[in-house]
Ligand binder design. Structure first.
Ligand SMILES: Nc1nc2c(c(=O)[nH]1)N[C@H]1C(S)=C(S)[C@@H](COP(=O)(O)OP(=O)(O)OC[C@H]3O[C@@H](n4cnc5c(=O)[nH]c(N)nc54)[C@H](O)[C@@H]3O)O[C@H]1N2
Ligand SMILES: Nc1nc2c(c(=O)[nH]1)N[C@H]1C(S)=C(S)[C@@H](COP(=O)(O)OP(=O)(O)OC[C@H]3O[C@@H](n4cnc5c(=O)[nH]c(N)nc54)[C@H](O)[C@@H]3O)O[C@H]1N2
Ligand code: SF4
Ligand SMILES: [Mo]
Length: 645
């Protein structure tokens, strides 16, 4: 039996550290006990990551599509073909005719080396914004100047813990012990979510706001704060920009109007105004509520509320949306050469549309990696059309996904368990994990960064030296040695924290341009898209899969299962277990209805990520509009009509 040091590569809040116990052909994953967040416990998906290494869906050699049929080819043939296409495009159309579409499907630091290759080409076409956290991130950066969370253990200092649009028991399970600890110590747990999630069940107060109304809800509470505590704004105004504009926005609406927009009673709004002002309150924001057209400014309204009620820069307070302290402290550019290239950007949510419509430097070559856009992009039917339009598409993945099936050439990547690497990509905590290779790369799989070194040499690119994993990692993490005296060897030994985790923005020390907090200075747009008998088609993240990954582990039915509130179903004449048609502006799909009291009456709820192979997938009908700021997506703002068939 040998124990290997590793970590979860999945794009999850928790970024668990784990160990792989390997005995011959048998291996199991165990959460690291000394990891302060993982605390000895990992979810099922950690085991799925291990099983994936030898899974039948694994891509084990480069594959070339010829006349619709796949043929196994050598690396030599694959790379020569890529090199030929890239060189021809560079010569004829320039680097912008080459697109690199990627996402966060693999958390390893060295997975970013592929950007170096594309930057060395002179700057290609890439996605901007994200399908994930973009609107909220733009809001956080605007108001605070940087994305910083409190140390998870600081929750014990909160009187109120507000879980705002985060499905903690499904997507962020390692926050649960902290919440329970706070509750046990006497904190009031408040959940704000249209859905009565499991965290809503255990909360002391659940507020089922109308979807996309959070900004107005935050304004309503702020308005009541000012009614009850007239000095509240004066108390923080020294630390803030936009005081007048914020007051103006608040004065635009009556409390009655706001209460109606968010579907929450004035009594409850008043109660929260008192709770947040009188007691130390921490806000844990999720990403579900920022997938609407008005989400950026909605998150800004929440930030302003937390500031107004004196909950910023204090122990037990804070708006905890995301933490980029580690990525802000290392030198990723040493890998990617990000600053050396002038790129062209297409917003991610609409990337296929741009491919289909762009006339200047049309995309002729595309490389897709760490992503399954055929499933995860909204309005996903356009992906297929876009892939068909591009002359040559190369995909790289560990398993053969729907996206890979649309490519012309597919490259087999090694998984996190076949590589040496470092993972620091938690969206919430700051612990850095080291990965040692547990298995030798199976069959013909190769680490992507080695493949790109090889390809660079074939193309004759200078600036992609042959280095070992350790050498590359040393380059990236060198600032930690200077600033924290932390070396790669320290990270190898145990999960590492960079210095002391101080209370963010203590003493009003904001990272904005003039050092002050930016109060909300923009109107929040309002929707009237929801007409009678129409519902929001809300598609949050499933517990036992990671978007499209591991969906084969779920017992998928013939059509996507869609949950509906029994009262809504009754009004619409819809019956349990029946197949229905879900129609939106983008098209229609079939779904199977299930009655669920926990679903908001304005919502049809279905977990995302269903692969095409199982019949229609949710994203065929989701909207691909952009959010007000940050180029996020408005996919949860999709409005649907449900009809029996
Ligand atoms: N309807 C709906 N759609 C959504 C969302 C939603 O809430 N609702 N959420 C959105 C969000 S938040 C996100 S973050 C996106 C995620 O979008 P994607 O990142 O496209 O989602 P995944 O299905 O996780 O795809 C990741 C892919 O990376 C592959 N992969 C794993 N390891 C490696 C590796 O080492 N190398 C390479 N090259 N590939 C690897 C996996 O096999 C998988 O195919 O989806 C978005 N789509
Ligand atoms: N098991 C598992 N874990 C994951 C992932 C996964 O696919 N599976 N994905 C990872 C990734 S990439 C991400 S981005 C995170 C996302 O994790 P979360 O932040 O939990 O995001 P979502 O699953 O999109 O939705 C969370 C909640 O938002 C609520 N919500 C929807 N609309 C509104 C609204 O208008 N207002 C309010 N207040 N709430 C609303 C939904 O009801 C849901 O309970 O999870 C990560 N963790
Ligand atoms: S998916 Fe999330 S909770 Fe599960 S092992 Fe990975 S990081 Fe931990
Ligand atoms: Mo995400």
């Amino acid at each position: 039996m040998k124990i290997y040091n590793s970590a979860c590569p999945l794009d999850c809040w928790d970024a668990c550290g784990y160990e792989v116990y390997k005995d011959g052909d048998n291996a199991v994953v165990r959460g690291k006990k000394e990891h302060p967040i993982t605390n000895g416990f990992v979810c099922k998906k950690a085991q799925y990551v291990l099983e994936r290494v030898h899974h039948k869906s694994r891509i084990t050699s480069p594959l070339l599509k010829e006349k619709g049929k796949w043929r196994s080819v050598s690396w030599d043939e694959a790379l020569n073909l890529m090199s030929k296409h890239i060189k021809a495009n560079l010569k004829q159309y320039g680097p912008k005719s080459i697109a690199h579409y990627y996402d966060s499907g693999a958390g390893g630091t060295l997975k970013n080396l592929e950007h170096r290759f594309f930057n060395l080409l002179g700057g290609v076409t890439e996605p901007s914004g994200s399908l994930c956290w973009a609107a909220g991130m733009a809001a956080i950066k605007k108001d605070f100047g940087a994305a910083r969370c409190h140390n998870p253990s600081d929750i014990i200092n909160s009187d109120n813990v507000v879980i705002w649009g985060r499905n903690v028991t499904e997507t962020n399970i390692h926050l649960m012990p902290f919440i329970k600890q706070a509750q046990k110590a006497g904190a009031t747990i408040i959940c704000i979510d249209p859905t009565k999630t499991k965290i809503a069940d255990i909360s002391d107060l659940h507020i089922s706001v109308k979807p996309s109304s959070d900004g107005f809800f935050a304004l309503s509470i702020a308005k009541q704060v000012l009614n009850k505590y007239p000095d509240a704004l004066d108390n923080v105004s020294k630390l803030c920009n936009n005081v007048g504009k914020y007051q103006e926005i608040l004065s635009k609406y009556s409390i009655e109007e706001l209460s109606k927009i968010c579907g929450v009673s004035i009594e409850l709004i008043e109660k929260l105004a008192v709770l947040f002002t009188e007691n130390t309150s921490s806000f844990y924001l999720g990403y579900g509520m920022q997938r609407y057209f008005n989400s950026g400014n909605s998150i800004r309204a929440i930030n302003s509320l937390a500031m107004l009620t004196g909950n910023i820069g204090i122990k037990g307070g804070g708006v905890n949306y995301a933490d980029t302290y580690v990525s802000d402290s290392i030198d990723l550019d040493a890998l990617t050469l990000e600053n050396d290239a002038t790129k062209r950007f297409f917003p991610k949510a609409q990337f296929p549309d741009y491919i289909l419509s762009t006339e200047q430097a049309p995309i002729n070559f595309m490389y897709v990696s760490r992503a399954n856009p055929a499933v995860t992009l909204p309005n996903t039917a356009t992906v297929k059309k876009a892939f068909e339009k591009v002359d040559f598409v190369v995909g790289c993945d560990v398993t053969f996904t729907d996206t890979m099936s649309l490519c012309d050439l597919v490259l087999p990547a090694t998984t996190s368990l076949e590589e040496e690497d470092i993972i620091y990509t938690s969206m919430w905590h700051r612990y850095i994990n080291y990965l040692e290779p547990v298995f030798s790369p199976i069959e013909q799989t190769r680490p992507e960064w080695e493949v790109f070194a090889d390809l660079s040499a074939r193309i004759g690119l200078k600036g992609y030296p042959q280095k070992s994993a350790k050498e590359w990692l040393t380059d990236v993490f060198s600032p930690l040695k200077q600033n924290y005296k932390i070396t790669i060897d320290d990270i190898r030994e145990k999960p590492v924290l960079l210095g002391k985790w101080d209370t963010p923005f203590k003493n009003g020390n904001f990272k904005t341009e003039n050092g002050r907090f930016n109060l909300l200075d923009c109107e929040i747009s309002q929707t009237d898209t929801l007409k009678k008998y129409e519902l929001f088609f809300m598609t949050p993240h499933p517990k036992n899969s990671l978007h499209s990954q591991f969906q084969e582990k779920l017992s998928l039915e013939d059509y996507p299962v869609c949950f509906i509130n029994p009262n809504t179903a009754k009004k619409l004449g819809l019956k349990d277990n029946k197949t229905v048609m879900i129609g939106t502006q983008k098209g229609s799909i079939k779904g199977i209805l299930r009655m669920a009291k926990w679903v908001h009456s304005d919502v049809l709820f279905s977990y995302e990520g269903r692969p095409w192979g199982y019949g229609n997938t949710q994203n065929i009908v989701t909207y691909d509009g952009l959010t007000d700021i940050g180029e996020g997506t408005d996919m949860y703002g999709t409005v649907c009509k449900v009809t029996p068939i």
